[in-house]
Design a protein around this ligand. Structure first.
Ligand code: PNS
Length: 182
């Protein structure tokens, strides 16, 4: 069984992420899309919301499941018997940092290989941070994210969060559990 993880913040998931997940799903028996939970970082969407959006967006892939993790990615890999970390590479600017992370992860867990997948040209400029910035200033980002993510973005920017968007943790300091999709 070759199991890969596609880790990220996914705040929110974009079509670029989904392109990488879909291509990884053809290379591996199972792909785990893992939402990194880092309470020191401010997010637009809570961990629960990001997980729920990913579950919906990945619903069409038979061998993809969604999880969350806090702490080291290599610990998540060991706990979930993951052999490969899949990362999309958009441009040379991604490479330095991704190589550094790949080498650090290899030094922590040499049984886990990092695999880079080149981003499709149509998504090479796409990043969640840019999508949020453009949306904040009223730009049309509907072609960069799934329809229901676009609706959530517009709603969040119009009405604000229903709860603290910076809170990635539940009150007992454990990562929040995924919520079932409505
Ligand atoms: O979407 P992002 O923000 O680029 O995702 C970054 C993420 C979550 C993949 C990365 O920060 C990560 O792997 N965090 C887990 C902590 C860890 O293992 N750090 C050491 C990496 S060398």
């Amino acid at each position: 069984m070759h199991r890969a993880v596609c880790p990220g913040s996914f705040d929110p998931v974009t079509l670029g992420h989904l392109d990488i997940v879909g291509r990884a799903s053809k290379l591996f028996d199972e792909v785990v899309v893992a939402v990194g939970v880092n309470p020191s970082k401010s997010r637009m969407f809570t961990a629960d919301e990001r997980i729920a959006m990913l579950e919906r967006a990945c619903g069409g892939f038979d061998n993809v499941r969604v999880a969350s993790f806090a702490g080291l990615l290599t610990d998540f890999c060991r706990a979930n018997e993951v052999n490969a970390i899949v990362k999309g590479l958009r441009a040379v600017s991604d490479f330095d940092y991704e190589l550094q992370m790949a080498q650090m992860n290899a030094s922590l867990a040499d049984e886990v290989e990092t695999v880079f997948i080149p981003t499709a040209p149509e998504y090479s400029f796409l990043a969640s941070s840019l999508v949020k910035e453009v949306a904040r200033f009223g730009g049309d980002v509907s072609r960069f994210v799934p329809d229901f993510v676009h609706a959530a973005l517009v709603s969040r920017l119009t009405t604000g969060p229903t709860s603290d968007p910076t809170s990635d943790l539940t009150s007992d300091n454990t990562p929040a559990d995924p919520v079932p999709e409505a």
